[in-house]
Design a binder for this molecule. Sequence first.
Ligand code: ZN
Length: 163
Amino acid sequence: MTVLPVLYWPDPRLSQVSTRASVDDGTLTLARDMLDTMYAAQGRGLAAPQVAHLTRLFVMDATWKTGPHTPEIFINPEIIWRSDETATGPEGCLSIPGPITDVTRASAIILRWTTPEGAIAAQKLTGFRAICAQHEIDHLDGILTLDHLSPEARATAEAQVRP
Ligand code: ZN
């Protein structure tokens, strides 16, 4: 088990756009270490830039806090469809400890990605998984929850960040 150091806002690496991941042993080891890191930090999603790897990869486990562990690894994820319907809900971020901010996102998406076995997968995500996937893909594009807020809401959230 390897727990990696998490980058915290305002680390400039969190605002960079990540490049495509290769499907190889290095990426798979990183993904497993990211899952260890996510569980250790009590999170349900983690993107590679949050552990200083600017590569298009995220991990998620939507159920482990209330039920069984369902670890998922998404390599080079792309959103290929977004619902017109949106949902606004509170989001935290392991890289921004403290504030919980309301973010509006599509309530359903179709995600396409490469699996750890190297296959192309596509699936419609709804509920928490849809919101979490959009949050993590934002990280791959250098976008944080703070970037979704009005200037006033952002100032309030920034003041709540724990040092
Ligand atoms: Zn985050």
